[in-house]
Ligand binder design. Structure first.
Ligand SMILES: C[S@@+](CC[C@H](N)C(=O)[O-])C[C@H]1O[C@@H](n2cnc3c(N)ncnc32)[C@H](O)[C@@H]1O
Length: 405
C-alpha cells in the first residue's frame, strides 16, 4: 500500500474524530478539509449538516471498506470457504470474516466506535501519563480491526499499543496484512487468533482501554456478554471499557410504522413516535462493567446453559388493541459523550418479538438473558402476577432489572 493510501486513511480518520456526529468541526477545520465534501456557506451547512454528515460518514466507511477489502482480499470474491463460515461457540455465534468485514459499512456504528476509542485513548493518556504507551485490548476485531487500524494512522507507538484478537484465523491474517501494508506494525503488540471468552493477557498484564463490539441488536446471537465477563477483570482499575453501558428496553408499538421510517432515523424522530405510537414498558437489561464485575464476583457461570443469568419482570398494562407488538430497543453508550441511540444503527434497531395478542391483561413478562450458543440472547415468557410477587419478596416495584440468579 503506498503512502498516499496511508495519508487518505489518516485524513478520513482525522475528519471522523473532528466532526463527531457530523455537525461539529475541530477548531480551525473547515468543511472543505474533509474528503468528499464541497465548500458550502455557513448557514446552509448548519441547516443540512445532519444530512451531509450522514452521507459523509457513509462515504468514509465505504472508502475504508474498499481499501481494506482490496488489500486483504476478504470480500465476496474470496476463494476461501473459511471466509464465509461462522463458528458456533458455546457462548454465542462468531460471525464469518466476510460478515464481520461488512460491519464497517454500518457507518454510524463505525464512526461512533472510532470516536469513542479515540476519546478513551486521549483520556487514558492523561490519566495514566506515567504508564505510556496506552495498552488497548480490542476483542472481536474482525478482518479489518477498523478501530485500531484507522487510529494507528493518528497515534504514534509511544502513545498507543493495540492487542487485537479474533477467533477466526483468516481475520487475524487479514489484520496482519493491513498492518504491514500501512506500516503501522509498531502500534501493535499482539495480533492473535484466540477465543476472547478465555483469553488471558501475557504475564497477567492489564489494559487501560478495552473495546468489545461482538454484538447484535438486543444482545442477540453474538457473545458480547461472555467476552466482557472474561475481559473486564483484565482492565486496569480506572481504565475505560467501550461500551460503557448497553441498555435494552421493552416497548409496545407497530413495527411497520417504525421500519417504514428507514434505518438510522435517530432519536428525535423516535421521540416523536414515542409520544403517539410507541409505549415504553421499561428496562429489560442494563449491562455495564460494574454489573459484570458484580456478576463475576458472585461467580455467575457465563458458559452455555438453558437457564438465564439475568432476569427482569415487566408489567403489561391493559391495551385497547392486541394488534400491537412487543419490541426490544437497544441503546449503546460507548463513553460518557458518545452514544448509539435507539434506531441509529444496525445494532440499535428493534427486535420485534411477538404480537401482544397472546398476553392477558395485567400480566407480567419475564425476560431472561441466556448464554446458549447461537440461541444466546433475551427470551421472554408470560408469568402470573402472583408468582412475580413471590419472587420480588415484597418489593413494591413492578419492574426489577438485573436480578442476578
Ligand atoms: C460484529 S463483528 C465486529 C468486527 C469488527 N470489530 C468491526 O467492528 O468491524 C464481531 C467479531 O467478533 C469475532 N468473535 C466472535 N466471538 C469471538 C470470540 N469468542 N473470541 C474472539 N473473537 C470473536 C467474530 O469472529 C467477528 O469477527
Amino acid at each position: 500500500m503506498n503512502k498516499a493510501v496511508f495519508d487518505e486513511i489518516k485524513m478520513i480518520t482525522k475528519a471522523i474524530i473532528a466532526t463527531g456526529n457530523g455537525d461539529r468541526l475541530e477548531k480551525g477545520s473547515k468543511a472543505k478539509d474533509i474528503p468528499g465534501r464541497t465548500e458550502i456557506d455557513e448557514n446552509s451547512e448548519a441547516k443540512n449538516s445532519e444530512i451531509q454528515s450522514q452521507s459523509y460518514n457513509e462515504k468514509s466507511c465505504a472508502r475504508l471498506f474498499e481499501i481494506f477489502s482490496s488489500v486483504t482480499e476478504i470480500n465476496n470474491n474470496s476463494c476461501f470457504k473459511e471466509d464465509f463460515t461462522s463458528t458456533i461457540l458455546k457462548s454465542g455465534k462468531a460471525i464469518s470474516p466476510i460478515d464481520a468485514g461488512t460491519c464497517i459499512l454500518d457507518s454510524s456504528r463505525t464512526i461512533a466506535f472510532i470516536r469513542a476509542t479515540y476519546e478513551a485513548i486521549e483520556r487514558a493518556k492523561e490519566k495514566f501519563r506515567g504508564d505510556l504507551p496506552i495498552r488497548v485490548l480490542y476483542a472481536g476485531c474482525g478482518p479489518f480491526a477498523p478501530f485500531a487500524t484507522a487510529l494507528s494512522t493518528v497515534f504514534s507507538q509511544n502513545e498507543v499499543l493495540f492487542t487485537v484478537i479474533d477467533i477466526h484465523r483468516r481475520s487475524i491474517e487479514s489484520v496482519k496484512k493491513i498492518v504491514t501494508a500501512l506500516g503501522i506494525e509498531d502500534n501493535f503488540s499482539d495480533i492473535i487468533t484466540s477465543d476472547a471468552t478465555n483469553f488471558k493477557s501475557k504475564h497477567s498484564q492489564k489494559y487501560h482501554v478495552l473495546i468489545v463490539e461482538v454484538m447484535q441488536r438486543a444482545l442477540s446471537v453474538e457473545p458480547q456478554v461472555a467476552i466482557m465477563a472474561n475481559l473486564i477483570p483484565q482492565l486496569i482499575p480506572g481504565g475505560y471499557a467501550i461500551p460503557k453501558e448497553i441498555s435494552v428496553e421493552a416497548y409496545l408499538g407497530d413495527p411497520n410504522l417504525i421500519f417504514s421510517l428507514g434505518s438510522q432515523i435517530g432519536p428525535d424522530k423516535l421521540n416523536k413516535l414515542e409520544k403517539s405510537n410507541l409505549l415504553r414498558l421499561g428496562k429489560v437489561l442494563d449491562i455495564s462493567p460494574k454489573l459484570i464485575r458484580k456478576m463475576v464476583k458472585k461467580k455467575v457461570d457465563f458458559t452455555k446453559s438453558d437457564k438465564p443469568i439475568l432476569r427482569s419482570y415487566i408489567f403489561i398494562p391493559a391495551q385497547k388493541s392486541k394488534e400491537i407488538y412487543l419490541m426490544l430497543f437497544t441503546r449503546v453508550e460507548l463513553t460518557g459523550q458518545i452514544t448509539l441511540e435507539r434506531m441509529s444503527s444496525g445494532i440499535t434497531i428493534p427486535v420485534v418479538f411477538t404480537k401482544l395478542g397472546p398476553f392477558k391483561e395485567s400480566e407480567f413478562i419475564e425476560f431472561g438473558y441466556t448464554i446458549d450458543g447461537d440461541k444466546t440472547g433475551i427470551r421472554y415468557r408470560a408469568i402470573r402476577k402472583e408468582s412475580v410477587k413471590l419472587k420480588i419478596k415484597g418489593l413494591f416495584n413492578f419492574i426489577i432489572t438485573n436480578v442476578i440468579r
